[in-house]
Design a binder for this molecule. Sequence first.
Ligand code: ACO
Ligand code: ZN
Length: 178
Amino acid sequence: MGTDKDSRLNVHINNNNRSQHIIRRCVIEDLEGVIDVNERELPEDYPYFFYKSILDNFPESFLVATNSHGRIIGYVMWRVERIPAKNSLRLISKGHLVSIAVSTTSRRKGIASDLLANSMPAIEKSNITDYVLEVRVSNYGAIDLYKNFGFEIESIKKKYYRDGENAYFMVKKVDVIE
Ligand code: ACO
Ligand code: ZN
């Protein structure tokens, strides 16, 4: 659906028209801004080469949100993981939400929802069976966001985070038409 240009650029203007943001694919020049948002908003930080390798391998689902000044105020990145299917030697692919964050001053305007809505169809193209993610059990806002998108809590990963906090493992099945 849509042209390649459409899939790269999606301008959303929010209801009261006072704040507008653009969702587009991340390019290498954006990584510094992405890392800035990550370091301000999340305790899980990654080295530059990690972001670079996600961008190299899964560019279509690595999106950024920018404000009217072109400043990066949010990002989302996914990767595809190949794992053995239950009860079978067959490998299946899952889309793993690596990280999503929106700057504190730009929250509750639908930006994370825009990032998810635009990146999920992109990662789905890799023939995944499920979307999966881990989230801190205390991260109520993010958990609500994921539930809005149809994710369900499948299990708890004990002491998943370095500080000892548990994670919910959340899953959303891809609707398969066969
Ligand atoms: N409290 C309750 N519900 C929330 C909250 C919150 N703090 N944030 C989002 N939601 C739910 C609401 O239902 C909201 O709709 P509403 O505003 O109409 O009530 C809906 O999600 C959509 O919210 P958005 O505006 O799209 O989300 P936002 O742009 O504010 O970003 C995010 C949400 C990414 C969780 C942001 O709060 C953030 O960056 N937090 C810090 C980083 C983080 O925790 N990232 C997720 C880690 S897990 C992982 O990356 C796999
Ligand atoms: Zn939007």
